[in-house]
Write a protein that binds this ligand. Structure first.
Ligand code: FES
Length: 103
């Protein structure tokens, strides 16, 4: 296993305050697909809540950084950011471009 990330999939039925209603399931699948496409062993695990509900969909690297307001279309950039966080160099010409929080 190269890395584990947690995606909040909590769905309270309203898009204002729950990641699951704002695209988290599609984000999980997109991250898995992008990691597989690159041959990177990324465990993408669903969690009930990461405590950042107003800023979701939320993604957290195991014991590490948060990313907020993540969408499936951003999966390639998010994976770049995850790899940078765990010190795996991005492919030549790559970059993250994804804002993160310091938590
Ligand atoms: S609902 Fe996603 S962090 Fe709480």
């Amino acid at each position: 296993m190269d890395a584990t990330v947690y995606v909040c999939v909590n769905n309270r039925g309203g898009i204002d305050r729950s990641c699951g209603a704002r695209g988290a399931p599609a984000l999980m699948e997109a991250l898995r697909a992008e990691a597989a496409r690159r041959g990177f062993d990324l465990a993408v695990r669903p969690v009930a809540c990461l405590g950042e509900c107003a800023r979701g969909p939320n993604l957290r690297l195991a014991a590490g950084r948060f990313w907020h307001e993540c969408q499936a279309a951003e999966a390639p950039l998010l994976l770049d950011a995850i790899l940078a966080e765990i010190k795996v160099p991005p492919p030549e010409g790559g970059g993250t471009g994804i804002p993160t929080s310091g938590s």
